[in-house]
Design a protein around this ligand. Structure first.
Ligand SMILES: O=C(O)C(=O)C[C@H](O)[C@H](O)COP(=O)(O)O
Length: 215
């Protein structure tokens, strides 16, 4: 299964900011028990690499990638830790080319036709769309997708349990990313039961949408 197929299967990718790698294990447990054995661990913090390593050591069944990757050095760190995919908020040609050369799945953020043109030129079939809600949401994605036939989008930024459904229902959406079920304050205050419950709610919604699409 390719990384994109795996992400599609998940439907929702929890976007995680971990200040302390000690939280990686209980967070991974909550995500797995909530039914979403997946995470995009952002390189916004120094704990990212170690957090990815711990998650995969404790829960090898998890599908973990790295987010907020802004430098090629971070690509190396993420892959060394076991990350299976790389996500960036924007399209940095250097990072994309570096990943392609090393055959690492990469999903750069694109919100304009010019950025999409760069992605298409490099043979990418999936891009992130960030920040989704403030960049026009699903309407903007659909308009951009029209000339770029076959391109799939992973919107992130401002997505939550209330607005995720309409994205998931669209055939140009591969999956959605979001931090709503793994908010920093929940992690830092150790509210892993709440995280597990919100994760389970997200999984239930994905199943509901997929169920009605199959009918
Ligand atoms: O592209 C990256 O690497 C990012 O870190 C962007 C994150 O995916 C969003 O910031 C998550 O958005 P929220 O769900 O609104 O918190």
């Amino acid at each position: 299964m390719t990384a994109a197929e795996k992400i599609k299967e998940m439907g929702i990718v929890p976007v995680v900011v971990l200040e302390d790698a000690m939280d990686a294990k209980p967070l991974a447990k909550a995500l797995c028990e909530g039914g979403l054995p997946c995470a995009e661990v952002t390189f916004r913090t120094a704990a990212a690499k170690e957090s990815i390593r711990i998650m995969l050591e404790e829960y090898p069944e998890m599908f973990v990638g790295a987010g907020t990757v802004l430098m090629t050095r971070q690509v190396d760190e993420a892959i060394e830790a076991g990350a299976k995919f790389i996500v960036s908020p924007g399209l940095d040609p250097e990072i994309v080319d570096y990943c392609i050369e090393k055959q690492i799945p990469v999903f750069p953020g694109c919100v304009t036709a010019s950025e999409l043109a760069q992605a298409v030129k490099r043979g990418l079939e999936v891009v992130k769309f960030f920040p989704a809600e403030t960049s026009g949401g699903l309407a903007a994605i659909k308009a951009l997708a029209a000339p770029y036939v076959g391109m799939k989008f992973m919107p992130t930024g401002g997505i939550n349990l209330k607005n995720v459904r309409s994205y998931l229902e669209s055939d140009v959406i591969l999956a959605c990313g979001g931090s709503w079920m793994v908010k920093k304050d929940l992690i830092q205050s150790g509210q892993f039961d709440a995280i597990r419950q919100m994760t389970a709610d997200a999984v239930a919604l994905v199943r509901e949408v997929r169920g009605s699409q199959e009918k």
